[in-house]
Ligand binder design. Structure first.
Ligand code: HEC
Ligand code: HEC
Length: 357
């Protein structure tokens, strides 16, 4: 086909040289014109974005689902809506409802005073802040940690047992059902497969070296102590709930939580910390996020029982899971603090799996 085209051009040039020249110069002019127009249009677009970006932060949202009204208190009164509001209350003020601040001890499931919203920011509606918009539609889903299809109830209980350092909540309980109702409502505008832009966390370019704990400590002292305190224990408000949650210690997430993976924590921190940071204007560099994530995750925190039975198919274990067993022969320390590239390369070569965390 290519050679046919060339032949045609050649005969054309041979028969009429000057016409060909005219056409060529016309083509060049048109090309320059088009390029100019594209350049101009792009410029106008950029100015438009920049301008609106300053006056209306919403223009930066990566997916239109974030434009919905997610304030539960704007909902009218109905049985369903009251359940959604209760779900939000549990999500925001978790310790009061299902945690240590609950007076009825039979209703206590969370073991620490974090809230779901401590990590699923803005009530689970922040892009790259582990948003839960559409999450109900994403389940049931295959889960590597259990190597089976998992339900949304099981996934919530996964965070209960690890991030909340607690125990499983009965699936039929009012609280579980209210959380699910809230998340279902969050996903009302999400596509049927539940997939949205800004899901999970911001990707971070993981430095090809081990975590520098000294640098991590300096970042912590320069930036994080302002809110999380010099001892990393956060700050409690008059009502007993955290204004700033702790980053380690006995009231923090346990050592089986997703946040104890350096790569996951670095991604969370990069797109969301210091508080108020948005994915489009990260404050920390990738190196700073990586090192400070390693620093906080080397501190003591509660122990998750039976961690070793996680990931029955060990090949699927994320490379930065800080506890064994592993199917590779890299040290536990390297799985905790990197460098992760050699581990990732090992899985790509041996198992043809590209691991990102
Ligand atoms: C210490 C931080 C932390 C806390 C507290 C926490 N989670 Fe999570 N949660 C995570 C992380 C990290 C993930 C994995 C996010 C990802 O990879 O997209 C996650 C995932 C989830 C998912 C699955 C999300 C998805 O897109 O598949 C659900 C549902 C969930 N959490 C619910 C809850 C609920 C409900 C609570 C409170 C009872 C809670 N979480 C508390 C950190 C936390
Ligand atoms: C301006 C205050 C502020 C600063 C500075 C700040 N944070 Fe946070 N951080 C928060 C708040 C507030 C939350 C909980 C959000 C919520 O409850 O809505 C949080 C939550 C977190 C969480 C998840 C919940 C938990 O306690 O584990 C981590 C991890 C975290 N911050 C790490 C950091 C790191 C690392 C730094 C420094 C690079 C940092 N933060 C700087 C205010 C801050």
């Amino acid at each position: 086909m290519g050679s046919g085209k060339e032949e045609n051009t050649n005969t054309f040039i041979a028969t009429d040289q000057s016409l060909s020249k005219q056409i060529r110069s016309l083509c060049t002019k048109m090309c320059i014109c088009t390029a100019l127009m594209i350049f101009l249009a792009f410029g106008i677009l950029m100015i438009g974005f920049g301008f609106r970006g300053e006056t209306d932060t919403y223009t930066a949202f990566p997916d239109e689902v974030y434009y919905m009204d997610y304030n539960v208190y704007n909902l009218s009164f109905s049985k369903k809506n009251e359940q959604i509001k209760l779900g939000f209350e549990i999500f925001r003020n978790t310790p009061l409802h299902i945690g240590p601040k609950q007076k009825d001890s039979t209703q206590i499931f969370a073991g620490n005073n974090l809230a779901c919203a401590s990590c699923h920011l803005n009530g689970g509606t922040k892009p790259f802040g582990a948003p839960l918009i559409g999450v109900i539609k994403r389940f049931p889903q295959y889960r590597g940690r259990e190597d089976k299809m998992g339900t949304i109830e099981e996934r919530i209980n996964g965070c209960m047992e690890r991030s909340m350092n607690g125990k499983m909540m009965p699936e039929s309980s009012q609280e579980m059902q209210a959380l699910i109702a809230y998340m279902g409502w969050l996903g009302r505008a999400a596509p049927s497969n539940g997939k949205i832009e800004g899901q999970g966390f911001l990707k971070v370019e993981i430095p090809n070296r081990a975590v520098d704990l000294g640098h991590g400590q300096r970042v912590f002292e320069n930036i994080c102590v302002e809110c999380h305190g010099t001892d990393g224990q956060g700050q409690v408000q008059d009502n007993g709930l955290y204004l700033y949650p702790p980053l380690w210690g006995e009231d923090s997430y346990n050592n089986g939580a997703g946040m104890t993976r350096v790569i996951t924590a670095a991604q969370f921190i990069k797109g969301n910390m210091p508080y108020g940071t948005t994915f489009d204007k990260p404050v920390l560099s990738d190196e700073e996020a990586y090192d400070v994530a390693g620093y906080i995750n080397q501190k003591l925190r509660p122990t998750k029982p039976n961690r070793e039975i996680d990931f029955p198919d060990l090949v699927k274990k994320p490379v930065s899971t800080p506890y064994g067993p592993y199917v590779d022969s890299f040290s536990v320390e390297q799985h905790q603090l990197g460098p992760f590239q050699p581990i990732m390369e090992y899985y790509t070569e041996k198992y043809k799996i590209n691991k990102s965390k």
